[in-house]
Design a protein around this ligand. Structure first.
Ligand code: C2O
Ligand code: CU
Ligand code: CU
Length: 477
């Protein structure tokens, strides 16, 4: 079966919003799609690996003419891809070379909070650095790093801070997937920006309901072209936009197979011609260009605007078939006797709230015991006719999507996730388990909503090793 559906409720797509900024077809020459280089370790010693990540300011040739002032991680824009392996102990030296406080959040990594995780309680002041270390314990997946200082996350991401994180493990490495980075396995970081004389101006473009830009970028490239030199390619797609939803399809309606989502490889491949990603969601897809010949060009589109082009080159035939079953998910039975947690996303514009409140860095909003498996009902109370989709994200854990308004989740939501788009008027039931301790954020991943305060904190605790967490306040950051 091939699905030809975005699944979400059409009346609440972002394009119906009064402040919607449509993407335009960029009137600039094509250029090769930028493939971020892979971050090299400073040192490897047995099972220990050391990295340095520098948040830095620079200039990038994005449009013809003047370069754009941008921010990035070990790069002038976006950042080098961080490749991590399950089971390895990492030591990361994070340096802030920016003129303002930032943090480095590992979106999708199950690492302790609130400091290692890099949320608002882990500030790095300008000119200073922070050292963290963690042992990675999670399946192969595509994650990302981005800043998370409250309330400046949206602007810092807009300026360019975001990079792909590729987690590998011994299960995924045995599956017949393309995995030659930069050749047949590439990050596809989707963003939108507006330029003013080639410069960014966040304040000019700011929208409290989520800032949009008119220019589509993939990996920081406008009008990028990727040469396809293998029959099958694997795209690690990340919606890295502040607010925009991506409704992806190919110009020739080419079919593709989704094999992964936020939290790893799906239990079974899902064939699609359309894929919608809300903010911060990831999808790994495999595209088989076996029916194309050298010289063919296929565009990746969102709605009716091309984002980038795949140019088919010569390739060796590769008719590898994917197995019907990819990975096993852990059997999460809900811990008996626990009520369903209820959390509510409400409002639009500056009225957005999480559980009726605005974020407070010193308030722990709820607790969950490590290892407990708890069902949560995540409700978006927006009006079905005029509301919007709020993408709900949790730090420090992954969850399973059990149902949407009591009905089955979408066919490509059967793996672990850390973001789920919730339609207006909908309650999504998710199954949540924490296995690392800490105070963690959960929030709407429309970055301007997060910065407004549509965010709260949960303590994942170990009753046998109780910890007190030092929570900073807004005045500290
Ligand atoms: Cu992508 Cu609170 O994070
Ligand atoms: Cu996160
Ligand atoms: Cu929101």
């Amino acid at each position: 079966k091939v699905y030809n559906d975005y699944f979400y409720d059409e009346p609440v797509y972002d394009l119906h919003d009064g402040g919607y900024v449509p993407l335009k077809v960029p009137d600039v020459p094509e250029k090769p799609l930028t493939i971020p280089s892979v971050l090299k370790p400073d040192k490897v010693d047995g099972n220990d690996v050391w990295y340095t990540i520098r948040a830095q300011a620079g200039e990038t040739q994005i449009l013809p003419g003047a370069k754009t002032k941008t921010w990035g991680y070990n790069a002038s824009l976006l950042g080098q891809t961080v490749v991590l392996k399950d089971g390895v102990h990492y030591h990361v030296h994070i340096v802030n070379e920016l003129p303002e406080v930032t943090t480095l959040h590992w979106h999708g990594l199950n690492v302790p909070g609130p400091v290692t995780d890099g949320g608002p309680h882990a500030p790095i002041y300008p000119g200073e650095s922070r050292d963290i270390d963690f042992t990675l314990n999670q399946p192969a997946q595509t994650d990302w790093i981005h800043p998370h200082p409250c309330p400046n996350t949206a602007r810092q991401v807009w300026n360019g801070l975001a990079a792909a994180v590729v987690v590998t493990d011994d299960v995924e490495s045995k599956l017949p997937f393309p995995r030659n980075y930069g050749v047949d396995d590439i990050p596809v970081i989707l963003q939108d920006r507006s330029y003013h004389d080639n410069q960014l101006d966040y304040d000019a473009d700011y929208d409290v309901d989520g800032t949009l830009g008119d220019t589509p970028l993939v990996n920081g490239t406008v009008n990028g072209v990727f040469k396809v030199t293998t029959q099958r390619i694997r795209l690690r797609i990340l919606n890295g936009a502040d607010r925009r939803e991506y409704r992806l399809h190919f110009s020739d309606d080419h079919e593709f197979t989704q094999v992964g989502s936020d939290g790893g490889i799906l239990p079974a491949p899902v064939k699609l011609t359309k894929l919608m990603l809300t903010c911060a969601e990831r999808a790994e897809v495999i595209v088989d260009f076996g029916d194309h010949k050298p010289g063919d060009r296929v565009q990746l589109m969102s709605d009716d605007v091309p984002l980038m082009t795949f140019e088919i080159d010569d390739f060796e035939p590769d008719n590898t078939q994917l197995p019907d079953h990819l990975v096993d998910l852990a059997d999460w039975e809900p811990t008996p006797g626990l009520p369903v947690e209820k959390t509510v996303m409400s409002g639009m514009d500056d009225e957005v709230r999480l559980d009726g409140k605005l974020f407070d860095m010193q308030r722990i909003d709820r607790k969950q015991k490590l290892g407990d498996v708890v069902d949560w009902d995540v409700t978006n109370t927006n009006d079905m006719g005029s509301g919007m989709i709020h993408p709900f994200h949790m730090h420090g854990c992954h969850f399973l999507v059990l149902s949407r308004n009591g009905k089955a989740p979408y066919p490509n939501e059967h793996g672990y996730k850390d973001v789920v788009g919730v339609n207006a008027g909908e309650t999504v039931r998710i199954r949540v388990m924490f296995d690392v301790p800490g105070v963690f954020m959960y929030h709407c991943h429309i970055l301007e909503h997060e910065d407004t305060g549509m965010m709260a904190q949960i303590e994942a605790y170990d009753p046998d090793h109780s910890q007190t967490f030092h929570l900073l306040s807004m005045d500290d950051v």
